[in-house]
Design a protein around this ligand. Structure first.
Ligand SMILES: Cc1cc2nc3c(=O)[nH]c(=O)nc-3n(C[C@H](O)[C@H](O)[C@H](O)COP(=O)(O)OP(=O)(O)OC[C@H]3O[C@@H](n4cnc5c(N)ncnc54)[C@H](O)[C@@H]3O)c2cc1C
Length: 407
């Protein structure tokens, strides 16, 4: 089988790796450089504490890979398991936490519902008067997205995957309802492997590349790529920002990634006492236009957001305050769906979609790559029950089950 993957982010490269491991001839087409979309802007969080069973299942299957990444994929991804702590300010959120923890524990996740006092034992800088309850899971943590991406890319290449960078896919080939390949503008540079066969140029000077399966792993651009085959996927790019902060009190490295869920603020330890601080606070969340204004999603943070992010973080922890220093910051894109769950499906014969991961596509990439390979090679997915992740769920928005643990 030949497969073409559109997008050289972590989802595309994990998919390419597992497709090649299953025996497919694979080519990845990335319009810029590997990881240049959302992946290299992620803070690398990996957690089991989600509010829906399908997200927990994607996490457990992915963590099985993250745990063995160094042995199997030969790359140290700086995986640190200092836990995640979610904190609730309201009774309503506390009640939802109790439901989520019960669901997680039924699936073998060692999460716990904590009182604010117990929460301060795992995060000593927490101002406990702000909170009603918390949930904590010690097996959660984070890894380095850049290293993980390189790990998948290197092993994919070793397995024969062709990786083409600076090569945008400009169109999808169709035969009736079936997607039969991709079109790229001009001829690209190929960096190794066997892969798929170019089938010559069309009238517009585009190179046509036929393949049995095309994987749409274009992240925040997935709606655009789906649109090339007439799909209208509700996957919307939304700008998110992160700061690297020199706190007033150093944040110990064993402090969990801590989320003030009712405000959306979060922080996690970085090296040598520094911390990453993020969150989305505005009541509006306009769709980003990454192609019209690329600097806005790749470069630094807004001044007013920076001030608010620090203020919010200092509101619930003693680590941050007026004397905290901002070392640097960056912005990136979430690929948001109406229920904060991805679309993983065969959208049309020959076209698999794996996109719309909101703020959790880095951590779910190992399971997603395996599911894409199963869909392509076996015709159905078995690792995780993804029957609820088809795009047809958006036809009945009233029935959507929303992920609640979103920051
Ligand atoms: C600030 C921030 C913090 C985050 N924190 C976390 C976190 O803690 N944990 C977590 O799990 N996730 C996190 N995420 C989300 C995570 O980064 C994404 O979900 C994940 O990287 C998605 O990977 P992807 O491969 O689907 O998309 P991307 O990395 O965006 O890759 C898609 C690629 O497709 C390419 N492309 C687009 N169109 C075309 C085309 N026509 N032809 C060829 N190539 C094309 C793009 O250039 C891009 O490189 C965060 C995101 C941001 C912005």
């Amino acid at each position: 089988m030949n497969a073409v993957v559109v997008g050289g982010g972590i989802v595309g490269l994990a998919s390419a790796y597992y497709l090649a491991a299953g025996g497919a001839d694979v080519a990845v087409y990335e319009k810029k450089s590997l990881g240049s979309g959302s992946t290299e802007r992620s803070v690398g969080g990996i957690r089991t504490q989600f509010s829906t069973p399908v997200h927990v299942a994607l996490s457990l299957s992915s963590i099985a890979v993250w745990e063995t990444f160094e042995e199997v994929l030969d790359t140290d991804i700086a995986y640190r398991r200092s836990g995640y702590l979610f904190c609730a300010r309201t009774e309503e959120t506390a009640a939802e936490f109790a439901e989520s923890v019960a669901m997680q524990r039924e699936r073998g996740v060692p999460s716990e519902l904590l009182s604010p006092r117990e929460a301060r034992e795992v995060c000593p800088g927490l101002k406990l008067e702000e909170f009603r309850a918390a949930t904590y899971c010690p097996i959660d943590g984070f890894a380095d997205p850049h290293l993980a991406l390189q790990g998948f890319a290197t092993e994919a290449r070793k397995a024969g995957v062709e990786v083409h960078t600076e090569t945008p896919v400009a169109g999808l080939l169709r035969d009736g309802n079936r997607v039969t390949g991709v079109e790229i503008d001009g001829v690209d540079g190929v960096d190794g492997g066997s892969g798929t066969d170019p089938k010559g140029e069309d009238d517009a000077g585009r190179t046509r590349i036929e393949s049995d399966v095309v994987v749409n792993a274009a992240g925040p651009w997935a709606r655009q790529v789906g649109g090339m085959a007439g799909l209208s996927l509700p996957i919307s790019p939304r700008r998110r920002q992160v700061l690297v902060v020199d706190p007033e009190t150093p944040v110990p490295e064993d402090v969990p990634l801590t989320v003030d869920l009712d405000t959306g603020s979060y922080f996690r330890p970085e090296r040598e006492g520094a911390a990453l601080v993020g969150g989305h606070f505005s009541s509006t969340d306009p769709e980003a236009e990454p192609d019209q204004d690329p600097d806005r999603y790749t470069k630094g943070t807004d001044l007013d957001w920076t001030a608010e992010a620090l203020e919010r973080a200092s509101d619930y922890t003693t680590y941050f305050g007026p004397d905290s220093g901002v070392k640097r910051g960056w912005a990136g894109l979430y690929a948001v769906t109406p229920d904060h769950h991805p679309v993983i499906e065969e959208s049309l014969p020959g076209l698999i979609t794996a996109a719309g991961f909101s703020g959790h596509g880095f951590q779910h990439s190992p399971a997603t790559g395996q599911l894409v390979a199963e869909l392509a090679l076996d015709g159905e997915a078995s690792l995780v029950d993804i029957s609820g992740l088809g795009s047809d769920r958006f036809n009945d928005t009233e029935r959507l089950e929303h992920e609640r643990n979103v920051a």
